[in-house]
Design a protein around this ligand. Structure first.
Ligand code: BGC
Length: 242
């Protein structure tokens, strides 16, 4: 399951192949996105698959031992909420919740653009916010929040997320300049060996990735929209959630 600010998505996952099994179900995130309403939607989707086994769930905030610690793009009432416990009251299987970008990164490292890559790999997801997942020799350093580094006095994701591009109606070259500046600040404090860029805009990678002037090689994600769901399932089965 993938809980996002605009949609809640779920599917059965084939972990041998790292792909969705059948059609993904997507329901609009209730507004306001309060925990109880969201749990109801998640439970409904799980039930629609007749699934009683383990469920991996992504959340767009810092997640530790099932508890949400931040909520930048969802209702603030999530902060301090035990999401695993709340969901386990409503669905039959055990639940493992983790940060959405960490889940997407786990999937890319196992099945996609980061496969077999050692060293320091940084996955960034460009959507409503900017999510980050950091890997050292394939091992996740959970809950990095590089979307919130300060760039020229502003929250990084406020200037350089995919939502900022849409909100400000920026062309890809204009937005690429923003991303470039964001990555410049990020690279001042981190020397990764590879950056994987994900989120919906990774489908249009040819329009902006070649315009970046980073010292680190940048490659588009391969699993795109499915990465969060696949990574959540992987985390649930292999107990990778922090
Ligand atoms: C949140 C992160 C999340 C990212 C992408 C940011 O605003 O702080 O936790 O991974 O958005 O959803």
């Amino acid at each position: 399951m993938d809980i996002g600010g605009s949609g809640i998505k779920g599917c059965l996952v084939d972990l041998d192949e790292g792909r969705l099994l059948g059609e993904r179900v997507r329901i609009e995130t209730p507004q306001p996105s309060l925990p109880d309403s969201v749990y109801g939607v998640v439970a409904g989707i799980v039930e629609s698959f007749g699934w009683g086994g383990q469920v991996g769930v992504t959340f767009p905030g810092v997640m530790k031992a099932g508890v949400a610690h931040t909520a930048a793009n969802v209702d603030k009432s999530w902060i301090g909420t035990d999401v695993d416990a709340g969901l386990e009251q409503r669905i039959p299987g055990a639940v493992q919740t983790l940060n959405d970008a960490d889940a997407a990164g786990l999937a890319e490292m196992r099945y996609g653009a980061g496969r077999g890559r050692g060293g320091v790999v940084l996955m960034l997801t460009f959507g409503t916010g900017i999510g980050s997942a950091l890997f050292v020799d394939g091992r996740l350093v959970p809950n990095t929040e590089f979307g919130h580094i300060q760039v020229d006095g502003e929250d990084g994701e406020r200037r350089a997320s995919a939502a900022a591009r849409e909100r400000e109606e920026l062309s890809y070259p204009a937005w690429a300049l923003r991303v470039d500046r964001y990555l410049d600040v990020l690279e001042a404090g981190l020397w990764p060996d590879l950056i994987i860029v994900g989120g919906g805009v990774s489908k249009k990678a040819s329009k902006w990735v070649p315009l970046l002037s980073t010292r680190t090689p940048v490659v588009p994600a391969e699993l795109q929209n499915d990465a969060g769901i696949v990574g959540a399932a992987l985390a649930a089965v292999e107990r990778l959630a922090p």
